[in-house]
Ligand binder design. Structure first.
Ligand code: EPS
Length: 348
């Protein structure tokens, strides 16, 4: 869907590397690996994360497209090493299997990709599905998003996010997470991402697949475990039009608004107000407390597979959503202003 800021990612959760190639970045953009690493650290953090985060210290290596701190206009390649691969080398070997079938996992986890993925791809071992469906891949997505954020930074576009709710808690999130952990359970929640200082007119009203609200919804909805996305005031369904719509006034010759219920988007285009996107993350489907399922090996009822998991990853999810939106916005900026170098774009 992205046409100017295009990227592909690859990598399994316990494979050797997570990789991304970004194509379409004009020359002259400053890229700071320390900023990317700070973003990776933010994704690893948050209260309620699991043991895997104690193993990894996600760090990016840039292997193409940047010289002396600036983009060359050529594809930018990012690589993150999975430290945990060392413990999984045999299980994740690319060579023919040299251990018994007993190691296969066949008790699918309700709520994960295991069941549908096994049927779709004919996987006898659900690990063939788990390894790519794992939210581990969001590490490299955050690295790509950190590159996109550095493009946005050149135009003073800034980003922030906050947690709105975890389970039933609107304030004391840690206690709520501790409670779930004690029960061997998991928790989802709700978060909000805000982008400020966007120019008017990113996106377009002229065709359904050019509308920015649709592009953002797709980008955030496909973050693992996200079940709903909304833009602006999500109580729109119960408000009068006269309450909901952001009325326009003049102040010192400039158009101003007293509300931002539209969340910065009207007619599929940015309107100059802050872009406000909120999303709901479901509880992680890998949990210590048993969930009833079926063993696909012998079609008997059993308890779902459990290795280890996070209790709550809503904060990490919000960082991933920030990254996904950054990619969409960087793409829109490059689409609108074009150019092969930063200087050329700035002139436009
Ligand atoms: C994740 C790494 C994974 C999980 C988590 C996200 O590591 P592992 O599978 O080795 O424990 O902690 O993924 C899930 C909970 C999931 O259901 O996909 C990460 O790096 O964010």
């Amino acid at each position: 869907m992205l046409t100017k800021f295009r990227f592909l990612t690859a990598g399994e959760s316990h494979g050797k590397y997570l990789t991304a190639i970004i194509e379409g970045i004009p020359s002259g953009f400053e890229i700071d690996p320390d900023f990317i690493n700070d973003e990776l650290k933010r994704r690893q953090g948050g209260y309620g994360r699991g043991e895997r985060m104690n193993i990894e210290t996600d760090t990016v290596e840039i292997t193409s497209g940047v010289r002396f701190g600036k983009t060359l206009g050529s594809p930018v390649t990012l690589v993150i090493q999975n430290k945990d691969y060392e413990n999984w080398q045999k299980i994740m070997s690319i060579y023919s299997k040299d251990f018994t079938d007993e190691k296969s996992f066949t008790k699918c986890r309700p709520g994960h990709a295991d069941y549908a993925g096994s049927i779709k791809y004919g996987a006898k071992d659900l690990r063939d599905i788990l390894e790519r469906s794992s939210a581990r891949k969001t590490a490299i997505e955050v690295a790509v998003g950190a590159v996109a954020k550095q493009i946005l930074k050149q135009f003073d576009i800034t980003c922030s996010s906050r947690i709105l709710q975890i389970g039933n808690a609107k304030e004391d999130f840690c206690t709520e997470i501790d409670k779930a952990k004690e029960l061997g359970d998991t928790l989802g929640g709700k978060f909000e991402v805000i982008y400020e200082n966007l120019p008017v007119g990113l996106g377009s009203h002229v065709h359904w697949d050019r509308m920015l609200d649709g592009k953002i919804a797709q980008a955030v909805m496909s973050v693992p475990a996200v079940k709903s996305v909304s833009i602006g005031n999500h109580h729109a369904y119960k408000m009068y039009g006269s309450e909901y719509h952001d009325q326009m006034y003049l102040k010192d010759g400039k158009i101003v608004r007293s509300t931002n219920n539209a969340g910065g988007l009207e007619g599929g285009m940015t309107n100059g107000e802050p872009l406000v996107v909120s999303a709901v993350m479901k509880p992680i489907p890998t949990l210590r407390k048993s969930l009833k399922t079926v063993d696909l090996l012998n079609m008997t009822e059993c308890e779902a597979h459990f290795e280890r998991s996070d209790t709550c990853a809503v904060e990490a999810c919000s960082i991933v959503a920030e990254a996904r939106i950054a990619c969409v916005l960087a793409d829109e900026l490059l689409l609108k202003f074009g150019g092969d170098s930063l200087d050329e774009i700035k002139k436009r």
